[in-house]
Write a protein that binds this ligand. Structure first.
Ligand code: SAH
Length: 458
């Protein structure tokens, strides 16, 4: 095979100008058209880099020295956080919001959909300490049990007490629990040898309710000193209303195992969202940025243009958060979701909020839509909020076959969103309002947005 002729060679040091930022937050420089991706470098900067890795179509380089820095660069207090928890924290918040808007615009341009507008990203007033849930690894460092995080894409553990993007009270509870575990000399998990006891601590906190849930995840079936640990945690943290022990014996990256026992208090906490009450258990999927989730849902409800008369389908309904929010403004809401426990939660949440105009089903949205259509159900609005992989062609087919006037798409991945928009357009639908990004995950590269899709003609 002929050797590739690239404009740079490995270990070469050169000065480059950063032109762009990838969706992962890496700076992009081009050398004779060949892109080099550079960690921590920002658009507009001039940087001396060393080439580290070369591929056929792009390579990676390491920033050695900045000759010119960007006006959007901010000093980061704890630089290492950037490599794990907050990959965009070196970029000013207004620039982060602009980056998320541009990312969608660039994808639309590539898909020949440049005519579609993207509104300014709705940001947070205080873009940190927003996470209502923490899942932190526990490891032994120099003989001591520590909480912390792993550097991105690695097994490098960094001990930490201030997690920056988590609710501050969650950080305090984590440190208190860590100290109590130390007091009883519990050992931390070791991945390599699959030994040790405590693997993770999970803490959730209701934004409005202020109720705290703590879950201690162990490799072993037993939590040594469980009664003493429970007593100390409950005494030290009066806001902990739910303390659980979860067992995960497997060699896996998955955090929670299937067995959970109650150590003290109750099995779940509750919180409010848009004035509705939701019960949240250990395994429930619940949006992690409460104030921005309210803005996201309000945007979706506004775009759906509900007047109280509509029939709505919520096709990826989870524990029913969007379904319940919409049910207050619609005649009837049908929710479908693939995880049975989530549907059990959704039904209970409807009852807790005394809402009776909802029907929930377990299964694939694709097949339930066909069933509902066969039953003669005619939705005015179909709401879709799929996982990162986006919609399947068969979902788009069954949704458009029901001929709803409006489809509201909440997306957590602009790449699959743009792909799906092309399919909707090919099936006689159009994007009817500027795409609205909502910043659910400040300091990270994640982009969430809401899109209104309407039927062309009648
Ligand atoms: N709308 C909810 C949940 C969104 S997350 C909220 O805002 O909280 C996406 C959900 O889609 C997950 O709960 C996942 O279990 C579900 N899901 C994934 N594939 C599905 C499918 N084919 N049919 C129905 N639900 C699916």
């Amino acid at each position: 095979m002929a050797k590739l002729k690239l404009p740079v060679y490995k270990k070469e040091e050169l000065t480059v100008r950063i032109e762009d930022l990838t969706y992962q937050g890496l700076g992009v420089a081009k050398v004779a058209g060949y892109p080099l991706f550079i960690k921590e470098a920002l658009p507009g900067e001039e940087v001396v880099v060393k080439v580290e890795k070369l591929g056929k179509h792009f390579g990676y380089a390491k920033a050695l020295k900045w000759l010119r820095t960007s006006g959007d660069r901010v000093k980061t207090k704890a630089k290492y956080l950037q490599t794990g928890i907050a990959p965009l924290m070196h970029l000013s918040y207004p620039a982060q919001l602009a980056f998320k808007q541009k990312l969608i615009k660039d994808l639309l341009t590539k898909a020949h959909l440049d005519q579609l507008e993207v509104a300014q990203t709705l940001g947070m007033a205080q873009p940190y300490a927003y996470r209502n849930k923490a899942q932190v690894p526990v490891r032994q460092v120099r003989g001591q049990l520590e909480i912390g995080f792993f550097k991105q894409g690695s097994h490098d553990f960094v001990s930490l007490e201030d997690f920056y993007i988590q609710d501050k009270r969650i950080d305090q509870v984590l440190v208190t629990v860590r100290d109590i575990l130390r007091k009883y000399q519990l050992s931390a998990y070791d991945e390599k040898s699959h030994t040790g006891v405590v693997r993770h601590l999970m803490v959730r906190r209701g934004y409005y309710s202020k109720q705290v849930m703590v879950v201690i995840v162990t490799r072993t079936k037993k939590l040594p000193h469980a009664p003493e640990i429970a007593r100390d945690i409950m005494a030290a943290c009066p806001d902990v209303v739910s303390l659980l022990h979860n067992v995960n014996e497997a060699k896996t990256n998955v955090i929670l195992g299937s067995k959970t026992e109650l150590l003290a208090g109750q099995a779940e906490i509750e919180d409010q969202l848009d004035g509705l009450t939701f019960k949240i258990s250990t395994q429930s999927f619940y949006q992690i940025n409460p104030t921005q989730t309210e803005r996201l849902y309000q945007t979706a409800i506004k775009q759906a243009g509900l007047t109280g008369k509509e029939t709505v389908i919520d096709a990826y309904c989870g524990i029913g958060t969007i379904s319940l929010s919409m049910a207050r403004h619609a005649n009837k809401v049908y929710g479908v979701e693939i995880v049975p426990q989530a549907i059990a939660d959704a039904k209970r949440n409807a009852a807790v909020n005394k809402l009776t105009n909802l029907t929930f089903e377990v299964g694939e949205a694709e097949s339930w839509m066909a069933t509902w259509q066969a039953q003669g159900i005619k939705p005015d609005v179909i709401m879709v909020d799929p996982p990162r992989k986006g919609l399947t062609e068969s979902l788009i087919t069954s949704a458009t076959a029901m001929a709803p006037k409006k489809i509201v798409y909440v997306s957590c991945n602009p790449a699959t969103l743009v792909r799906d928009l092309q399919s909707f357009i090919a099936k006689g639908y159009q994007v009817a309002a500027p795409i609205q990004p909502v910043d659910q995950f400040p300091q990270t590269t994640h982009v969430e947005c809401v899109v209104l899709i309407t039927r062309v003609g009648k």
